[in-house]
Design a protein around this ligand. Structure first.
Ligand code: GTP
Ligand code: MG
Ligand code: NA
Length: 458
């Protein structure tokens, strides 16, 4: 088994699903954390990553009645994504590097808009997935047995609870059928190649979580065995770009294959061209802790895939989330890798340039900036300029050009998402008639902008 743990990497599992179906809460239950409660509005707005070591998973799956599973992998690296509709770019990014998926469906709601979106992501990327049919504890008169395997607790329920469960499960299965998918409760699945497996779960009571983890491991270690063999050739993607006190700008990277070391010469794509820099610190959260939560980081000399890694280095300020990360073995390799990485640059800055009418948009990370831009596009609010990080006077001046150009007053606005406004910026804005709308929930920005436009009309 120990040999196997070197041969294989931790499968990368991506959780997708409609907003508030319980994706983060399920992970909280497994981690024994409460990340969800600290999210603004209880909504996930960034990609997260947590390493679940094999021994933790072994303990968690012990309640499975007929478990004949030996764990050959070093653990599971689970990627949490936002379910809110404006974050489809993050769902797409999060899923692009996973081996296997969990689609979370609220048993009380059945299939919803982002459930359908998630289904098509898994389908187009050809990612095998299971469905967690979550919130079973909300069934009327459900009697919980903490952390039990599903059938153990199900068999203890009264007749009407059991039939209510079956009714809702069948309804969801029918909805999958209407979308062109076969689906079955996992323990009745006649053919996992043809039918999606549904695992009933509760993120509150922990029921069904042993089944969910057991099933994921089972698929990873059978069907996906060849795709989780560790490969020495580096494969890594930047998930988020974040400023951390004491560390400066850092990048959160998912290491899918290969090794990354302190002092490695890394190359990533940036908004102003390729970035080449040396790894100053290689950090991870503790095992069973979420990367996106500020906390204590462990320092490493080298890390091997799979892993969620925070990298601190000079010059990362304008890194583009979603960029691949390369390591140059020597100086000669740098130009070629820079060229390669730049090919991947997204269209976002290009699409914003040269627009002369629109608001100024500012966000804390590239990921949230992209999400906000997508949201504003859908909401038909034009954008003339963008930036990342705290709002300074120079950012207000960008919005001020709207007044100088004689554009409608509402465009002399800074939409600030999850960033600080410096006092000088606020003062300058007040003096020159620029409105700052600041919030840490994306769609509140829209509501407040709409209200501002109405106020101006009055
Ligand atoms: P987004 O990341 O914003 O898309 O949401 P999410 O899918 O991560 O859902 P989240 O974990 O934020 O949970 C949403 C709400 O549902 C919270 O109030 C949770 O406490 C509640 N919830 C989640 N899972 C369960 C469950 O199994 N049972 C019950 N009763 N409530 C749940
Ligand atoms: Mg969440
Ligand atoms: Na939520």
């Amino acid at each position: 088994i120990e040999e196997a743990k070197i041969r294989y990497k931790a499968p990368i599992v991506c959780i997708l699903g409609h907003v508030d179906t319980g994706k983060t809460k399920l992970l909280d239950k497994i981690r024994r954390t409460n990340v969800q409660a600290s999210e603004a509005g209880g909504i996930t707005q960034q990609i997260g990553a947590t390493m679940f070591p094999a021994d933790a998973i072994e303990t968690l799956t012990q309640k499975l009645p007929n478990l004949s599973l030996s764990i050959d992998v070093p653990g599971l690296l689970i990627i949490d994504t936002p379910g809110h509709e404006s974050f489809s770019n993050l769902r797409s990014r999060g899923s692009s590097l996973c081996n296997i998926g969990i689609l979370v469906v609220d048993i009380m709601h059945g299939l919803e808009n982002q459930t359908i979106e998630s289904l098509s992501i898994f389908k187009t990327k050809n990612i095998p997935f299971i469905v967690a049919l979550n919130k079973i504890d909300r069934l009327y008169e459900w009697s919980p047995s903490k952390d039990e395997a599903f059938l153990t607790t199900f068999n203890k329920q009264s007749g009407h609870v059991q039939s209510e469960f079956m009714r809702r499960a069948k309804e969801t299965i029918l909805e999958f059928n209407h979308k062109g998918y076969n689906a079955a409760l996992y323990y009745e699945n006649p053919d996992p190649e043809e039918y999606i497996s549904l695992v009933p779960t509760s993120a509150i009571t922990g029921e069904g979580i042993p089944d969910m983890l057991g099933l994921i491991l089972n698929i990873a270690q059978t069907k996906l065995r060849s795709s989780i063999i560790y490969q020495p050739k580096l494969e890594a993607t930047v998930m988020e770009v974040k400023t951390i006190e004491g560390l400066g700008t850092t990048i959160d990277v998912i290491l899918m294959n290969g090794v990354i070391k302190e002092d490695d010469n890394i190359i990533v794509s940036g908004f102003n061209g390729p970035i080449s820099t040396r790894v100053r610190a290689l950090l991870t959260p503790m095992p069973l802790r979420e990367m996106r939560v500020k906390g204590e980081y462990l320092h490493h000399k080298a890390l091997r895939a799979s892993m969620g890694v925070k990298i601190s280095a000079q010059g990362l300020d304008h890194t583009m989330a979603g960029s691949p990360l390369f390591i140059a073995k020597n100086e000669e390799e740098i130009p070629r890798l820079q060229e390669e990485v730049q090919k991947e640059i997204t269209e976002i800055f290009k699409s914003i340039n040269n627009k002369d009418k629109g608001v100024h948009v500012q966000a804390s990370t590239v990921g949230s900036l992209e999400a906000l831009l997508e949201f504003l596009k859908q909401s038909k609010i034009p954008v003339s300029s963008i930036n990342i990080g705290p709002v300074f006077k120079k950012d207000i001046m960008k919005a001020q050009t709207q007044i100088e150009k004689g554009n409608e007053k509402q465009y002399a606005t800074v939409m600030a998402f999850d960033v600080k406004i410096t006092p000088e910026a606020q003062e300058y804005a007040d003096s020159c008639g620029v409105k700052i709308i600041s919030d840490n929930i994306i769609f509140h920005l829209f509501d407040r902008f709409t209200k501002y436009v109405e106020d101006i009309r009055k």
